[in-house]
Structure formats: structure tokens, C-alpha cells
Write a protein that binds this ligand. Structure first.
Ligand code: HDD
Length: 717
């Protein structure tokens, strides 16, 4: 494809959206019929104090539209944020797939990506402990391809028929609609404790992956095994991955809960602000490829969505990059109305028989019909492909296309059989001719019965800190469960994964791990089936470890876009202030001057500096690191502010990098609850005076690159 054509493609989507944008720049106010409105402040009445007249069509139009402003929120993934961008492949992938958007490295395929939480309603907090949705719509030349994945590579259940049960269990309980956006309640754990297939996923959602630092710092996964089909018709299995170039980072649970109060839009804002600031989030698309003939060579089933293919067995090849570089113009029109569906795919890709995937193929269109109100949702600008659409589908609610001509059927003679079917060589989609031969049964394959081995693999692969966080998460979640039997059942399952894990969780709950003897670990058994056939197998002892499952050793990727608070007040040392600001800016970190009040502060040399946030409007949990420059007057003012002292203390408790120079060290001491020596000698706390102060900015920057200093979790100050 020529560069010119490429430019046309990427601009096509923008142009198309442009046609639907409305800018209010000095125009008259009108009704929806284009009538200019003369008085938009008063309804039509019988005299200034009279009754309002039914005749007032302007009032009625405005109120009617308002009354209908809401559409049903998504039943799952209601809370989200999205952005536009593009995808580019690194090298042609013709050997694997004929998908056109994966061939030409000069082509930028437009994308729209929506991130979400699963359980909460549209107004819930971003920081819930939850899976994050990671849904990518590629507007390719051959039609839209939607990769509707999550930030975790496995799922809670193996068969889609259980999805409504799972979702009902995790959603707020139906009698009182409590708790919002939280899995820490009886119905969720009741379901999980008798559904052992969820155990691998439970390890992921109890880990810090469920409380990401940012959407920009999460991995994404297509979860299911899909198929690639190349030009010769040869198929291979493929698992999709998104690898964030900013590394994978999370917050800690206490912090997550505080952020939910301080800024429930934390993730939305982070995505929005970084794109507005020109720091475009990037991910590489990775694929794990398994040859068709190797389908059965693993000790798990490729069709089982509760399993990963460990990267040690099949490495992830990075084949392209996605960049998000534009925020939506209108949340509702784009982020709310975007309609994803696994069944939106292009030649070169196909499904497998994964029973979770198969059910999803029905659900997504069905849900859009309800949510978006009819079968024409593909005509909403954000959903329209850049590839032309021609078919005999007509009419329905809110039809936008004006189909010209007499024929809306195929084949037809009157219009020379147009639109015509396309041969495969012309880009026509043909399903992979997989051989299927079997009895019609409702059953679960025996190869799906090992629920604990990969849960164990995940546990084994975690660092000590990550393990501690999983134990704490389980203590929290199960601690909120009222029915003791549920807690005990969970301990039995956890013991199947790892006995130390179960014992530690049990200690927090005041329980010993009950014996599994005679316990039916799976209650999801068909009425006429033999429960023994559904009893999970015990975990293998040889599962080993997989480095890719731990977030503990992320590649060092610098501190770009990391949020740093500089605590200061009038009289802050001008030189120290400048030095740290310059050093952080050079690394492209984002700096906020936090002071006791808003407005401007005067530095020691009288220079006026704009304050970004007052201590009342922000909190340490909204930052990655804290810096306190010297200047006696400045530090004296901060010492008078309980919020400033708490700011530093909280940052310390959350293991964040903290630095101070000269008098600034006094604020750190004040935040130490009498344990100043302990605090100052802790990892990730950097201080210096006089000539020693010169090295502080550089050490601070290195510390931010480390993200957190977990040894401090055991340091009580
Ligand atoms: Fe789903 C939305 C991801 C299983 C039924 N799902 C939805 C979204 C994501 C996922 C990211 C939000 C899309 C957006 O931003 O608009 N879902 C997954 C993953 C799954 C999964 C990774 C397992 C591998 N989902 C799943 C099953 C079913 C559904 C088994 C039903 C049988 N999902 C839906 C849905 C939603 C949805 C009800 C709600 C809103 C929507 O589709 O558009 O159809």
C-alpha cells in the first residue's frame, strides 16, 4: 500500500468522526428541527405567573430529550475510559496470517481502546479490586477487528453458560444492592468456593494486578486461544498479549481504598491527562503461536480459558505497536456507545471451540441490541468501519443510511446481483474448515479438570511481597464474608494450591485449614452426573515457576509521566527548588507543587511560582513520589499543617520514594511518629544537606524508577 493510501486510511476514521462532530462556536441556539430559539429561560405561560401551556413544544422537546438521555449501562464493564490511536505491525506476518493490517509496517491502522472495571456500575470507583477490561477496536481496511480482552490472561469460568451466575454472584447483593464494585461479600465467595475452576483466576484477582497504578501500566490479554490463518489456508493457534512500554505497576490495597475516596476517577484522569500532555501510552502486541499439530502436546487444554500457555513453553513474539494519541471528544458518543464484539473479525483470524469464547459470540451483539436500542448500532460513528458496507439489511430503529435503489435481496437480477459475494482471493471471509465429529452432549472435557496446577504456578512465581499481598487480599475479602462455611471451603481450595498460603490466610481469619477428606470440591455438577467425574484433580507437584507472572522485576523503563509532589510554601529554597524541578522535567516526570494554599508562592529569592494543588485538594495517594526542598520558612509552614505531615507519612507507609534536602528533612522527621531514625534510614528515603544535597535529585529519580520499596512494609513508624 502506498504511503498516500496509508495516510488516507488513518485519516478516514478521523474524517468520518469529523463529519459527526458539532462545534458550538458562536452559532445560534436552535431546537432539534433547526428553529432558532428566542427564550431558553422561561416556559410558555398564561401570564408571567400563569400555568404552563401544553403548547410549549420547545419546553417539551427539551425535557423529553433530557428524560431519555440515559441508556442502559453495560451489564458488566460499565465503568470505563477510552482513547483513539493507531496500530502498526513491525514486519509482515504473512507466514502466520493473511490479515491485511498485519502485513505492511508503513500502515497505521486506526484503533479505539476502551479500558474498564467489570463489577461496578458506571459511577463506581476506578480503584476497585477487579479485573480490567482491555478492548481494542481495529478499524482495518478489511472491516473492524475487535480484540476484547482483559488485563489478566485467564477467566473465572470455563463455559459461558455459567457467566450470568458468576456475574450475579459478584455484583452487589440483590436485596440491598451492597457492596458496590467489590467482590468482598458472601455471594461472590459462596460461588467461588464451590467453583474450583475459578481458582487460577482468583490468584490473579487477589494479586496486585487487580489494582493497577494506571491503565497505561497494565498488560492486556486476548485470553482465549484464537486461530491465525495464512494465505495458504494453514491455521495455527494464537494467544494475544499487550505489553505496556511503561512497565507493569500497581498500587497497594490501602492506597487503592484511599484513592477511591480522594479521586474515584484516578485511572480515567491519568489516561486523559497523559494523552493531553502528549505522553502517549504505548503497548506492543505480542503473540504466542502453537502449530496446529501441537494442539495436544500440553498438560492443559488450549481451549480452556482458565489456563495460560507459560511464556517459558511458548515465547511471546512482539509483532507490532499500538499508540494512543487522542482523547475522545464526547464521552457518551464515543466511549459509551462503542460496541465491541468478538465476532467482529477479519480474514486471517478465526475462533476456536473454547466454550467460553463460543458463548461470547452470542452475547456481545445481543447486549448491544438492548443497550444501544436496535440493530443499527454499527452506524453510530464510533462503530462504523472504514471499510465500505454494502448489504441487503434495511430499516430498524434510527436507520442512518439512505439505501438507494429497488433491491435489498441477494441474489438479484435487477441490480446485476450487486452487492456481490467476494471470493477469498477478493477478501471474502471464509470460516476455517475445522473438522468436527462428535456426539451432541452437555459435558465438560476431562482435559479441563486440573484447576489447581496453574494457580500453584502463579503462586510459586510471585515474589515474597507479592505473596504477602495475596494473603492480605484474601484475608480482607474473606474477612468480609459473614457465612463461616464459605471461608472454610475457601481454605480447603487454597490448601490445594499451597498449604502455606492456606495456613496464612486461615491465621488472619482465626481458622485452621479444614480437611478436604470427603468434601465435594465442585458443586457445579450436572444433576445426573457422577460427582467423581467433576472432582478436580490435585495440583501437580512439578509446576515450577514462570518469571513472566511476577511484577517484581519489571524492566527499568525510566520515570516518564510519573507524578511527583513537591511540598513547599513561601520561602522555599530557590536553588533547591529549581534543581529538582529541572532534574524531574528532564526525565519527563510530571511535577505538582503542593502547598498549604492555592495561588502563588514566593521562593527564598522572591520569585513567584504557581501552586498546582493545595493540601486540602490533593493527597499523597495520588502521587508516585514526594520531595521536600529546604528553606526554613517554607518547612516551618509545612510543619504547622497536619495534612503535610500526613502526606509524607502516608507516602512512607505506601513504600513510595521520598526525598528531602536541608530543612526539608525536618518534615520527614515530623512524619515519623517518633521513629525518625528508622524512617530516615529506610530504603527509598533519600536525604542530604550541603554538598550531600547535590546527589539527592539523581538518587530520587533512580528511586522513582524502582516504583516501591517493599522492605518498608514491615517498618512501622
Ligand atoms: Fe465480556 C463486555 C471482556 C467473558 C459478555 N467483556 C466486555 C468488555 C470486555 C470483556 C473488555 C467491555 C467491552 C467494552 O469496553 O465495551 N468478557 C471479557 C473477557 C472474557 C469475557 C476477556 C473472558 C475471556 N463476557 C464474557 C462472557 C460473556 C460476556 C463469557 C457472556 C457469555 N461482556 C459480555 C457482555 C458485555 C461484555 C454482556 C457487556 C457490555 C458489552 O458486552 O458490550 O456482552
Amino acid at each position: 500500500m502506498s504511503t498516500e493510501q496509508n495516510r488516507t486510511n488513518t485519516n478516514d476514521k478521523l474524517d468520518e468522526l469529523e463529519q459527526n462532530r458539532e462545534y458550538s462556536t458562536g452559532e445560534f441556539l436552535t431546537t432539534n428541527q433547526g428553529l432558532r430559539v428566542n427564550d431558553d429561560q422561561n416556559s410558555l405561560k398564561t401570564g408571567p405567573r400563569g400555568a404552563t401551556l401544553l403548547e410549549d413544544f420547545i419546553l417539551r422537546e427539551k425535557i423529553t430529550h433530557f428524560d431519555h438521555e440515559r441508556i442502559p449501562e453495560r451489564i458488566v464493564h460499565a465503568r470505563g475510559a477510552a482513547a483513539h490511536g493507531y496500530f502498526q505491525v513491525y514486519e509482515p506476518q504473512a507466514g502466520l496470517t493473511k490479515a491485511k493490517f498485519l502485513q505492511d509496517p508503513s500502515v497505521k491502522t486506526p484503533v479505539f481502546v476502551r479500558f474498564s472495571t467489570v463489577a461496578g456500575s458506571r459511577g463506581s470507583s476506578d480503584l476497585a479490586r477487579d479485573v480490567r477490561g482491555f478492548a481494542v477496536k481495529f478499524y482495518t481496511e478489511e472491516g473492524n477487528f475487535d480484540l476484547v480482552g482483559n488485563n489478566m490472561p485467564v477467566f473465572f469460568i470455563q463455559d459461558s453458560i455459567k457467566f450470568p451466575d458468576f456475574v450475579h454472584a459478584v455484583k452487589p447483593e440483590p436485596n440491598n444492592e451492597i457492596p458496590q464494585a467489590a467482590s468482598a461479600h458472601d455471594t461472590f465467595w459462596d460461588f467461588i468456593s464451590i467453583t474450583p475452576e475459578s481458582m487460577h483466576m482468583i490468584m490473579w484477582v487477589m494479586s496486585d494486578r487487580a489494582i493497577p497504578r494506571s491503565y497505561r501500566m497494565m498488560e492486556g490479554f486476548g485470553v482465549h486461544t484464537f486461530r491465525f490463518i495464512n494465505g495458504e489456508g494453514k491455521s495455527s493457534f494464537v494467544k494475544f498479549h499487550w505489553k505496556p512500554l511503561l512497565g507493569v505497576h500497581s498500587v497497594v490495597w490501602d492506597e487503592a481504598q484511599l484513592i477511591s475516596g480522594r479521586d474515584p476517577d484516578f485511572h480515567r484522569r491519568d489516561l486523559w491527562d497523559s494523552i493531553e500532555g502528549g505522553a502517549y501510552p504505548e503497548w506492543e502486541l505480542g503473540v504466542q503461536i502453537v502449530a496446529e499439530e501441537d494442539e495436544h502436546k500440553f498438560d492443559f487444554d488450549l481451549l480452556d480459558a482458565t489456563k495460560i500457555i507459560p511464556e517459558e513453553l511458548v515465547p511471546v513474539q512482539r509483532i507490532g505497536k499500538m499508540v494512543l494519541n487522542r482523547n475522545p471528544d464526547n464521552y457518551f458518543a464515543e466511549t459509551e456507545q462503542v460496541a465491541f464484539h468478538l465476532g467482529h473479525l477479519v480474514p486471517g483470524l478465526d475462533f476456536t471451540n473454547d466454550p467460553l469464547l463460543q458463548g461470547r459470540l452470542f452475547s456481545y451483539t445481543d447486549t448491544q441490541l438492548k443497550r444501544l436500542g436496535g440493530p443499527n448500532f454499527h452506524e453510530i460513528p464510533i462503530n462504523r468501519p472504514i471499510a465500505p458496507v454494502h448489504n441487503g439489511q434495511r430499516d430498524g430503529h434510527m436507520r442512518q443510511t439512505i439505501n438507494v435503489g429497488r433491491t435489498s435481496y441477494s441474489p438479484n437480477g435487477i441490480n446485476a446481483d450487486s452487492p456481490a459475494q467476494a471470493k477469498e482471493s477478493e477478501g471474502g471471509f471464509a470460516s476455517y474448515a475445522e473438522r468436527i465429529d462428535g456426539h451432541k452432549v452437555r459435558a465438560r472435557s476431562k482435559s479441563f479438570r486440573d484447576h489447581y496446577s496453574q494457580a500453584k504456578l502463579f503462586w510459586n512465581s510471585q515474589s515474597d511481597t507479592e505473596k504477602t499481598h495475596i494473603v492480605k487480599a484474601l484475608r480482607f475479602e474473606l474477612g468480609k464474608v459473614a457465612v463461616e462455611e464459605i471461608r472454610e471451603r475457601m481454605l480447603i481450595h487454597l490448601a490445594q494450591v499451597d498449604t502455606t498460603l492456606a495456613t496464612l490466610v486461615g491465621e488472619g481469619l482465626g481458622l485452621t485449614v479444614p480437611s478436604a477428606q470427603g468434601v465435594q470440591l465442585n458443586k457445579g455438577v450436572p444433576a445426573d452426573a457422577n460427582p467423581a467425574d467433576y472432582q478436580p484433580t490435585t495440583a501437580r507437584t512439578d509446576v515450577g515457576q514462570s518469571a513472566a507472572l511476577s511484577m517484581a522485576n519489571p524492566p527499568k523503563v525510566g520515570i516518564k509521566t510519573r507524578q511527583v509532589a513537591i511540598l513547599a510554601a513561601d520561602g522555599v529554597d530557590n536553588t533547591e527548588f529549581d534543581v529538582i524541578k529541572q532534574a524531574l522535567s528532564a526525565e519527563e516526570a510530571v511535577i505538582a507543587i503542593v502547598a498549604p494554599r492555592l495561588g502563588k508562592l514566593k521562593t527564598s529569592t522572591g520569585e513567584a511560582v504557581k501552586i498546582d494543588a493545595s493540601l486540602q485538594t490533593t493527597a499523597s495517594v495520588l502521587f508516585d513520589a514526594v520531595y521536600v526542598p529546604g528553606g526554613q520558612t517554607s518547612v516551618n509552614s509545612l510543619l504547622q499543617e497536619a495534612d503535610a505531615v500526613r502526606f509524607v507519612h502516608e507516602a512512607f507507609m505506601h513504600c513510595k520514594p521520598i526525598a528531602a534536602t536541608a530543612e526539608g528533612v525536618d518534615l520527614l522527621k515530623a512524619a515519623a511518629n517518633g521513629g525518625a531514625e528508622k524512617l530516615l534510614s529506610s530504603e527509598g528515603v533519600i536525604t542530604g544537606e550541603g554538598t550531600n544535597a547535590e546527589a539527592v535529585p539523581q538518587k530520587f529519580i533512580e528511586a522513582i524508577g524502582e516504583h516501591r520499596f517493599w522492605s518498608r512494609e514491615k517498618t512501622l513508624v
